[in-house]
Ligand binder design. Structure first.
Ligand code: ADP
Length: 234
């Protein structure tokens, strides 16, 4: 583990709108996350979880405060530089899988590498390896409609890790899945965290899902209300 944290948020605020319509969604967030950590982000609806994830994911910028990712001051970057940082360091998994329909699993997983301009042969190889890593060897040519919900989320996870990101941001990754499949997906995410050392930041409403994380932070009304570290993974 490096001496300085992988991620450091300091005094982060976010105000949407202006004047009478202004609304402060984040009211001063301080948060440090070490490389290899697994964080569950919880809190009631409207408490600022998505706003924080959008900032962490370099999709949005804070109104004030500082966000350091590795040794980069993210809030000082231009939009295009943030996109580059996102493409190279971050992977995203969503509740709704967000796969391209009528497109094979292999092609879906290759997409981030196409954006990076990688040649076809290395793309195929990396996408096949990522699919194997999530337990989908042999399913490369199937389209999302031919896969179960759990398999579609595995494809989405393969797409998120094919670029070998340091951080995986997961927004309710099991929100659309039944209990058994949710457990399988969480075990996969835990193994990526433990075996590959990917830092995981996951929003969830469900305590059972948060229980897979090493650390649980609770947002309330734009503040970080609690930050709890567990001794052991379940
Ligand atoms: P959570 O993810 O915890 O449900 P959000 O971060 O989405 O919370 O939202 C925090 C608050 O900011 C909410 O009151 C929400 O209505 C408000 N908000 C979020 N996005 C916008 C936006 N683009 N414009 C105005 N208000 C917003």
């Amino acid at each position: 583990m490096s001496a300085s944290p992988l991620i450091s948020l300091s005094g982060i605020t976010k105000t949407y709108g202006r004047g009478h319509a202004a609304f402060q969604a984040l009211k001063g967030i301080d948060l440090e996350i070490d490389s290899g950590d697994f964080l569950a982000i919880m809190g009631p609806s409207g408490s600022g979880k998505s706003t924080t994830m959008n900032i962490l994911g370099c999709l949005d910028t804070p109104t004030s405060g500082s966000y350091r990712l590795k040794d980069v001051q993210v809030e000082r970057l231009e939009r295009s530089q943030r996109a580059l940082l996102r493409r190279h360091c971050l992977g995203f998994v969503f509740q709704g899988f967000n796969l391209l329909p009528r497109t094979t699993a292999l092609e879906n997983v290759e997409l981030p590498l196409i954006y990076r301009g990688e040649p076809a042969s290395s793309r195929h190889e990396a996408a096949r390896a990522a699919l194997a890593q999530v337990g989908l060897k042999g399913w490369e040519s199937h389209t999302p409609a031919e896969l179960s919900g759990g398999q579609q989320q595995r494809v989405a996870i393969a797409r998120a890790i094919v670029t070998r990101p340091e951080v995986l941001l997961a927004d309710e990754p099991t929100g659309n899945l039944d209990t058994r499949t949710s457990r399988e997906i969480m075990e996969l995410i835990v193994s990526l965290n433990e075996k590959l050392g990917i830092t995981v930041l996951m929003v969830t409403h469900e305590p059972d899902i948060a229980a897979y994380a090493r650390r649980v932070v609770h947002f309330v009304d734009g503040f970080l209300e609690s930050d709890e570290r567990k001794r052991e993974i379940l």
